[in-house]
Design a protein around this ligand. Structure first.
Ligand SMILES: [Zn+2]
Length: 348
């Protein structure tokens, strides 16, 4: 079978390999890979800046945003041949820590978790893959290849769950949400905000391409200027750009008891002048919270599956701006100006 592999740490090492079919020991459910979503993490891995090969191996099968069709599954798995499935990315650490012990591996305390396609486990960028039944998520068959959006949607579902839990420490009636960044994560965050009945504003830099209309067609408002112009008095900010300085800009526009959730990862190394005293004062006197959120557990995948099932299919389809055949996967690793989500078609 063909698979996209990479030597973690070695820039430009990604290639298409012919590998043996996956061993049954890697999971009782055999899946035909249909599509693979590409995100910033995959680009970091192929640029040699992130990722770990499985122990004893040089190469890692790339890919964590999966979609496949069940080829065979054992009787008790609750899956049948033909079912549309997505694989959960993270596996609990072997100790396990208190969170991994209760399947909250997204909150792992010791960092010894593993991740398909990222950290010590082969990913889903192959024509066939296997998965343990408890880490497969069955999808509404009507979603078709839009199911490839489930993994990014799970990241957003976790962020929203934590925002609600934090907000719920006191009486919580949020109305206004600002999403910074109109990439796949930002647009899916906006979708979930709209589904919750909130007034959603989305801030990005571009004035052209598909993003402004995608935001507008969701019933949200698109902005491309400074944060102050995008909105005042926001209850929730979902930060999806990784641009650290935006955090400080949005703090000035947050209501008392407001929550800023950081979902984007900054590349680091950039220092900005921060008035730590003013930030401290802002947080304390307004009961404000800045929280980071990463990864997702099974519950979040299920929340995301519901959100996608309830979303407008035509709108979701517009998020996938490019489909690249497997033998030209390298093209998916280059970001075009009008790209939102680029996927690799594993069947062509
Ligand atoms: Zn853990």
């Amino acid at each position: 079978m063909r698979a996209i592999t990479v030597v973690p740490g070695a820039k430009g090492s990604a290639r298409l390999d012919d590998l043996a079919e996956p061993l049954e020991s890697s999971g009782a459910v055999l899946v035909q890979g249909l599509a693979l979503g590409i995100c910033g993490t995959d680009m970091e891995i192929t640029h040699g800046a992130y990722g770990w090969a499985p122990p004893g191996k040089d190469r890692l099968v790339l890919g964590h945003e999966s979609l496949g069709r069940v080829v065979e599954a054992p009787e008790p798995a609750g899956l049948a041949r033909g079912d549309l499935v997505v694989g959960i990315v993270r596996r609990p650490d072997p100790v396990p820590c208190p969170n991994c012990a209760i399947d909250e591996w997204d909150m792992c305390r010791n960092g010894r978790y593993t991740e398909r396609g990222i950290k010590e486990l082969d990913g889903f960028g192959s024509e066939l893959w296997r998965i343990e039944p408890e880490f497969a998520v069955k999808l509404d068959p009507g979603l078709d290849d839009l199911g490839v959006l489930l993994e990014p949607a799970s990241i957003v579902a976790k962020a929203w769950e934590h925002i609600e839990r934090i907000g719920g420490r006191a009486r919580w009636q949020p109305e206004l949400v600002l999403v910074t960044g109109a990439g796949p994560i930002g647009l899916l965050a906006a979708l979930l905000g709209v589904q919750c009945g909130l007034e959603v504003h989305v801030l990005d830099r571009v004035t052209e391409g598909p993003k402004p209309a995608l935001v507008g067609d969701l019933g949200a408002t698109y902005h491309h200027g400074p944060v102050d112009e995008a909105c005042q008095e926001v209850d929730v900010v979902v930060e999806c750009t990784g641009a650290g300085e935006l955090v400080f800009d949005v703090m000035d526009n947050l209501t008392p008891n407001g929550v800023v959730c950081l979902s984007g990862v900054s590349s680091g190394g950039r220092s900005i002048g921060v008035d730590a005293g003013a930030l401290n004062r802002e947080l304390v006197l307004s009961n404000n919270v800045i929280v980071g959120s990463v990864n997702a557990n099974r519950r979040h995948y299920q929340q995301a599956a519901t959100a996608l099932a309830n979303a407008d299919r035509d709108w979701l389809r517009r998020l996938i701006t490019r489909r690249v055949p497997l033998d030209r996967f390298q093209e998916a690793l280059e970001r075009g100006p009008d790209d939102v989500k680029v996927i690799v078609d594993l069947t062509s």
